[in-house]
Design a protein around this ligand. Structure first.
Ligand code: MIG
Length: 731
């Protein structure tokens, strides 16, 4: 075995086994001469097993283990097994070991033991047993001798979890930033299948006065599921249609699937075949996999030429007014292969003639038909050096490379502009150029908690902008669950209502008058909070610190709370996650909190609650959240869509016992000028002394702020309210 080590960044050691596959996860350059040969890894025991390596790390009783991005299960990963192998599994029950993404980044420790972390840069299966077999042992099995491990630890001082995440992001790059309209509400459904249903949905939002920024187009917009086509019967003159919607503040977001239908005369298929851009079977023919269009070829995204081709195909939609896509099925998902379905046909034939064959055999065979692990060993990618590599060996990169292709298409075709891009499958590094949604959850109360845990874990992995299908994708939702999930959606960076065909409709107007009113106001609250959320999100991106965090990251390490989270640095969200509940328990860490129950976006009941555990009331009609002592939240009147009009008046709600400050941020919301410092800020400070508040506001930055006035609502120790306004001098 060849193992070498190099010290990089501030407190990262890179251990390199053999010759790792270059995944592009890491952006920080590694100087080859910095390596020295070693034969152990600090803090880990190593064993060789079945052609690979098993690493064991001992855990002390107080250690918490976080990370792994998109997984099912608790936020603290201890006590479960995980398998990092991207898969399309639409039933996220608690025992599931793998989902759509692979994020092999782990943080562990506590206040008592110095926190550490590691990232294993390896693009195929990694199995983790985190205190499952033995509570005090974490075992990581990698079936290869070629991979990199980045180990984050410091000697002589205690690292915080936040510092480890920041170091990880220095290593892997700054997070993706959607256009500002991405912070609006988004409506989706499988499907709005034609122009009529999209237009009706859009106009209903405006008619009912419900803000909305985007409408999604699921697979039925295509001609026979052929990627990059638009069914012209369902969507005649798509370009004019998209233009009309955009005038009304709606972006259309079409879905893109990787499988290219095998059909003579279909341009995308013919070009891909002619140029040899599809994955190959062992014998060198193009591999066949069945997905929505029937039999397809899978583009070989490992090949840079394929990626350029694909990016170009996507960006043809840009001329028609499209500024965003969602990329699905890119684990990749395979319904069956021709060989596998033939086995089924053969068995059925056999069964016809022989009643003694147990029916169970057919059931078993059907169960193994979708996404059988064997398929991924049967097709190959071209490597840059002209060789071939099986999908199995680089499996977890497929969706990420597809996403990179589309992102590069945007960057090349609209340089300097932000784009909107969601993917289902992901690997580390993807967070630099796209966001993910967390796939096919269900309308289960339990999946609201899964949503919250994923928001936190994905933020640790650098995916700051993310979210789950609000209301749950599969199965029917009750009005109560829908309302509670919308209340969580207010604090989900991606706030998208999406659901599967055949399930109960869940546009707000699909519910009765009272539920409808609550949902409309909940969405308005989301818009009212954008001046706060966007300021804090952009600060998180600049500072490489997660936008959404568990309490443990900001406060004391003992706070094992998984159903509350920090949303920026002033707000803690504590959604209600149980049916029939009119309240819930909350843990209020370290300071006092202003409990806000928003009955309407502009009408809140507030009270000051001291640190500790409390049962708080929270009727269904109210969105609960907390403002931290000595902090400020900025709001505005909701608009119908982001950018409808300039925000000129801010409302600042503050809870101040000593001093509080907040940096309000704004930019054009559409370009990446923010990377070059083209934005405006207002530095707002409030100092409390002797029952009075001294307010200072300082404008900074090259862009002039449009804010003319700030209306303050400042709450003191006993929730006593002081209202005042400040005009901003013309700039
Ligand atoms: O096999 O395009 O996760 O959001 O609506 C299902 C149809 C395919 C899965 C996605 C879901 C989408 C659905 N897709």
């Amino acid at each position: 075995m060849m193992l070498k080590k190099a010290q990089i960044l501030n407190f990262t050691k890179l251990y390199r086994f053999g010759q790792p596959f270059k995944t592009a996860a890491v952006v920080c350059p590694v100087d080859g001469s910095a390596f020295e040969p070693v034969n152990t890894i600090d803090g880990m025991a190593m064993a060789f097993r079945e052609g690979g390596i098993a690493l064991t790390i001992s855990l002390s009783p107080s250690d918490r283990v976080f990370g792994l991005g998109e997984t099912i299960g608790a936020l603290n990963k201890r006590g479960k097994k995980y398998r990092l192998y991207t898969t399309d599994d639409p039933v996220h029950t608690p025992g599931k070991e793998n989902l759509y993404g692979s994020h092999p980044f782990v943080l562990a420790g506590s206040a008592l033991t110095n926190p550490f972390g590691f990232f294993i840069d390896y693009p195929s299966e990694i199995c983790l047993d985190i205190g499952f077999t033995n509570h005090n042992v974490m075992e990581v099995a990698i079936p290869s001798m070629n991979f990199d491990i980045y180990f984050f630890s410091a000697t002589g001082r205690t690292l915080t979890f936040m510092e480890i995440v920041k170091e990880f992001l220095l290593l892997t790059g700054a997070p993706y930033c959607p256009p500002k309209w991405g912070f609006g509400y988004q409506q989706s459904r499988w499907s709005y299948p034609d122009a009529k249903s999209v237009a009706e949905t859009a106009s209903r939002f405006r008619k009912e006065g419900i803000p909305c920024d985007a409408i999604y187009m699921d697979i039925d917009y295509m001609d026979n599921f052929k990627v990059f086509t638009i069914d012209e019967v369902k969507f005649p003159d798509f370009q004019t249609f998209a233009g009309m919607l955009k005038k009304d503040g709606f972006r259309l977001i079409p879905i893109i699937d990787p499988g290219v239908k095998i059909e003579d005369g279909y341009g995308v298929y013919e070009e891909g075949r002619r140029r040899g851009l599809f994955c190959e079977a062992k014998d060198g023919s193009f591999f066949k996999a069945a997905v929505w269009p029937g039999l397809t070829h899978l583009p070989d995204f490992l090949n840079p030429e394929t990626r350029r081709w694909w990016g170009g195909l996507c960006t043809r939609f840009l001329d028609m007014g499209i500024e965003g896509f969602w990329l699905d099925m890119n684990e990749p998902s395979i319904f069956y292969t021709p060989a596998a379905i033939h086995e089924v046909f053969n068995l059925v034939d056999e069964m016809k003639g022989n009643p003694d064959i147990p029916k169970r055999r057919l059931q078993d065979m059907l169960n193994k038909l979708s996404n059988n692990r064997a398929y991924f060993r049967e097709f190959y990618h071209r490597t840059p050096s002209g060789g071939r590599v099986s999908n199995e060996e680089v499996h977890n990169l497929y969706g990420t490379l597809m996403t990179e292709a589309v992102a590069d298409g945007f960057i090349t075709n609209m340089p300097g502009r932000r784009y909107f891009l969601l993917t289902r499958s992901s690997y580390v590094g993807l967070h630099r150029y796209a966001a993910i949604w967390t796939g096919d959850n269900m309308s289960w109360w339990e999946h609201m908690l899964a949503h919250i845990r994923m928001l936190m874990s994905l933020n640790m992995a650098g995916v700051f902008y993310t979210g789950a299908d609000i209301g749950g994708f599969g199965s029917d939702v009750s009005p109560e669950l829908m309302i509670r999930w919308m209340q969580l959606g207010v604090f989900s960076p991606l706030f998208r209502n999406h659901s599967a065909f055949g399930t109960r409709r869940r546009e707000p107007w699909a519910f009765d008058g009272q539920a409808f009113d609550i949902m409309r106001d909940t969405i308005k609250l989301r818009y009212a909070l954008i001046p706060y959320a966007y300021s804090e999100f952009m600060r998180s991106v600049r500072e490489l610190s997660p936008f959404i965090r568990p309490l443990m990251f900001d406060f004391d390490c003992r706070f094992d709370v998984e159903d509350q989270f920090m949303y920026g640095s002033s707000i803690m969200a504590a959604p209600v996650l149980l049916p029939n509940a009119t309240g819930r328990y909350v843990l209020l860490p370290t300071v006092s909190w202003l409990y806000c129950r928003a009955l309407r976006h502009d009408k809140w009941a507030v009270s000051v609650i001291p640190q500790g555990v409390h049962y708080i009331d929270c009727p269904l009609c109210m969105t609960p959240f907390f403002i931290k002592e000595n902090s400020i939240v900025t709001l505005s009147e909701p608009v119908n869509y982001v950018g409808e009009r300039e925000i000129e008046v801010l409302r600042a709600v503050a809870f101040v016992t000593e001093t509080a400050s907040f940096t309000y941020y704004d930019d054009d919301g559409l370009t990446d000028g923010y990377k070059k410092g083209v934005y405006s800020t207002l530095q707002i400070n409030i100092v409390s002394s002797g029952g009075q508040y001294a307010i200072t506001i300082m404008a900074e930055g090259p862009r002039t702020t449009k804010i003319k006035r700030i209306d303050f609502e400042i709450y003191g120790r006993n929730a006593g309210l002081c209202r005042c306004s400040r005009q901003l001098p013309n700039q």
